[in-house]
Design a protein around this ligand. Structure first.
Ligand SMILES: [Zn+2]
Ligand SMILES: [Zn+2]
Length: 88
């Protein structure tokens, strides 16, 4: 894929490893728009569940065709795991 400088300009912070993140869509998190996820994690860098770890994942609070950033929860790996196990 060709490098697109006009897209790169929109990224707030390029210090984070974008290449690693891209693979999450290949692991089954593809439902969420990548831009929305990046925006969520940039807005809530700390886990919204435990406030004690960096948020790394976007959890769906609800599903639908008209989702906004408010329909996701920025959480750490552990909290996301617990959320899906029903422990939270
Ligand atoms: Zn957490
Ligand atoms: Zn989830």
């Amino acid at each position: 894929m060709p490098f697109r400088p006009e897209k790169a300009k929109k990224l707030k912070d390029t210090s984070q490893p974008e290449k690693k993140r891209a693979t999450t869509s290949e692991r089954g998190y593809g439902k969420i728009h990548k831009g929305m996820r990046d925006q969520l994690l940039a807005t809530y860098p700390i886990c919204q569940q435990c406030n004690n770890a960096f948020s790394t994942q976007a959890h769906h609070k609800r599903y639908g065709p008209d989702l906004t950033i408010n329909d996701y929860l920025a959480v750490c790996n552990l909290c996301h795991y617990k959320l899906h196990k029903g422990e939270i």
